[in-house]
Design a protein around this ligand. Structure first.
Ligand code: IMP
Length: 209
């Protein structure tokens, strides 16, 4: 049986305030007080893993060890079947771009174009299946951990469609729909997303079993 969180404090291993807000809203009802790694001044570890599970564990373990409090981290990304799972853990990296005379930034159109270019180079009628993945890792300060893996299967389309969402949403059509994630109402996306799947598994295991 998995170790249980119980109540009390939980460090969320993110420096992203949007993620902290989203996760606090999901876990608040279970009596957990979420604190961000950023607000505790914890260091951000290098994500040197080659899988979503490894990277989520690196982040959760680093926060638990540094704070002495149980920690939760997530890692997510897109994997494309015909590209052997790429971009995978490098999903955000594929959007990295050094702007002319500026700070490095993220160019999602470039990243989506890179995926599409690789697919088209394989063949015109290439298989376009893929999935968004989300892994949640809980790490206790004594080294114990729990992992929950969520997935949203779908396919890649081109050109990008829609203005909602973020990242690769405009080229991802979830299974059974004809709209991209960027054309679907955010409430609806949140109900079927890889993150929703991972959180449902965490909640079922941690609080309902
Ligand atoms: P991280 O888990 O914060 O490292 O995010 C990995 C990357 O995966 C993000 O920067 C996005 O590009 C991509 N990603 C994760 N979830 C989604 C999603 O729901 N829609 C679009 N892109 C996503």
């Amino acid at each position: 049986m998995t170790r249980k969180l119980g109540g009390g404090s939980l460090v969320i291993a993110t420096h992203n305030s949007g993620k902290l807000k989203e996760i606090s809203a999901l876990l608040g009802p279970f009596g957990l007080k979420c604190i961000s790694a950023g607000s505790l001044g914890l260091p951000e570890p290098a994500e040197t893993g080659t899988t979503f599970v490894e990277n989520a564990l690196i982040k959760a373990r680093s926060a638990a060890e540094a704070s002495g409090i149980v920690a939760l981290a997530d890692d997510s990304g897109l994997s494309v079947d015909a590209l052997d799972g790429r971009p995978g853990v490098y999903t955000a990296d594929w959007a990295e771009r050094q702007w002319f005379e500026g700070e490095p930034g993220r160019d999602w159109y470039m990243a989506m174009g890179k995926v599409e270019g690789m697919l088209q180079r394989l063949s015109a009628d290439v298989e376009r299946g893929g999935a968004f993945h989300c892994v949640l890792a809980i790490a206790w300060p004594d080294g114990e951990h729990a992992i929950y893996e969520g997935k949203c299967p779908g396919s890649l389309t081109w050109p990008p469609r829609g203005t909602l969402g973020f990242g690769y949403d405009p080229v991802f059509v979830p299974l059974g729909r004809d709209k991209t994630f960027a054309e679907i109402d955010p409430e609806e996306k949140h109900a079927i997303s890889h993150r929703a799947d991972a959180f449902a598994k965490l909640v079922a295991d941690q609080f309902e079993s």
